[in-house]
Design a protein around this ligand. Structure first.
Ligand code: 13P
Length: 259
């Protein structure tokens, strides 16, 4: 089954509203509408920038989605500082990054937290917000040689309690921590090896047909110079881009590499 690639920009904690509007407008200006037939594109700004970015894209009728970088699993209530799935739906989010390594390491998010978020996002079949479930090993785990087992366990934990009907709406992103923001990209072979292993885990959990339909992205110092080689790998179905998504020309060049 041919999978439509997804190129998603994770802006992380960058851009005020004014800066977000400028960057979204710049991306929108150079985005050609027929690209959307071949590649799905999303930008994931900070919460406060979601609505302004969405407004720019709606005004221009640009076929680029918006995604959040995090979410809380309860629909409402006394959870100071959190943002709910209904709030993200109201803004028009199509995607939500879950379990990014920065959240796991800096904000102590556990596999159980990630699982709660994934299950809550996948519960709605009418207007699903697709979770982009991030997994990936540290340099220590890579050097130990146990990275396949480590990532396999992260995927199983993230999807615990879901079935193939839920899982088909998910996206998985392999982001080796040693490649994030370091300029040290995984080689295409290294990235392919783990993305194929992730698909094998998904096949074990949900069956081969479901796993063939789930997009597995690579993230970690992906840029306009290395995107084509990475995207050419059979199990890499797109990219989750950090630094290079903050410049319109670089981000759009990565989108073009997926065409
Ligand atoms: P960089 O592209 O800056 O390495 O970040 C990758 C990432 O963490 C995307 O979620």
């Amino acid at each position: 089954m041919a999978r439509k690639p997804l190129i998603a920009g994770n802006w992380k904690m960058n851009n005020t509203i004014a800066q977000a509007v400028v960057l979204t407008q710049e991306i929108s200006n150079i985005f050609e509408s027929d690209w959307a037939d071949t590649v799905d594109v999303a930008i994931c700004p900070p919460f406060v920038d979601l609505k302004p970015a969405k407004t720019v894209l709606e005004f221009d009728k640009t076929k680029i989605s918006i995604g959040a970088q995090n979410v809380y699993w309860e629909p409402s209530g006394a959870f100071t500082g959190e943002i709910s799935i209904p709030m993200l739906k109201d803004i028009g989010c199509d995607y939500c990054i879950v379990g990014h390594s920065e959240r796991r390491t800096l904000f102590h998010e556990t596999n159980e937290d990630v699982n709660n978020k994934v299950r809550a996002l996948l519960a709605d079949k009418v207007q699903p917000i697709h979770p982009i479930v991030c997994v990936g090993e540290s340099l220590a785990v890579r050097d130990e040689g146990t990275y396949i087992d480590f990532v396999d366990a992260q995927v199983r934990a993230a999807f615990a309690g879901t079935d193939e009907i839920d899982a088909k709406d998910a996206v998985v992103a392999y982001e080796p921590i040693w490649a994030i923001g370091t300029g040290r990209t995984a080689t295409p072979d290294q990235a392919q090896e783990v993305c194929a292993a992730i698909r094998a885990t998904l096949a074990d959990l949900f069956g081969a047909e479901c796993a063939e339909g789930i997009r597995v992205l690579y993230g970690g110092s992906m840029n306009e110079g290395n995107a084509e080689m990475l995207l050419a790998q059979p199990d890499i179905d797109g990219g989750l881009i950090g630094g290079a998504s903050l410049k319109a020309a670089s981000f759009v060049d990565i989108v073009k590499a997926a065409l």
